[in-house]
Design a protein around this ligand. Structure first.
Ligand SMILES: [Zn+2]
Length: 106
């Protein structure tokens, strides 16, 4: 599994998972984006303020200060248990969600 690590000016690390064809998966739900260039955080660690289909807004739901792993994990639990509203489209089933999480090694 390919990883991309961003080190912020404060020395925090943001680890992103990249697909074999170069797309960056959502670090919360493992969704594959349509745009190959897309990253949830830029090379300096600044959030995109994009909202994933899982409903997670980078720079908002992560409290804006890395490390982000904790907020990703707690939102992921909420999402798995249907406690998060999908940003668009229909709610995925638990099986679909668990399959998608394999993208980010979970
Ligand atoms: Zn997501």
């Amino acid at each position: 599994m390919k990883k991309e690590v961003i080190i912020t000016d404060k020395g925090a690390q943001i680890e992103l998972t990249i697909s074999s064809d170069g797309y960056c998966f959502c670090p919360v739900c493992g969704e594959k984006p349509n745009n190959k260039e897309w990253r949830p955080y830029d090379e300096f660690g600044f959030p995109s303020y994009d909202i994933c289909t899982c409903g997670f807004e980078y720079g908002f739901d992560d409290s804006g200060e890395p490390p982000y792993e904790k907020s990703w994990a707690s939102y992921r639990q909420k999402w798995l248990n249907n406690g998060a509203d999908p940003y668009f489209g229909k709610q995925k089933t638990k099986e679909e969600k668990l399959a998608q999480l394999k993208n980010i090694g979970l």
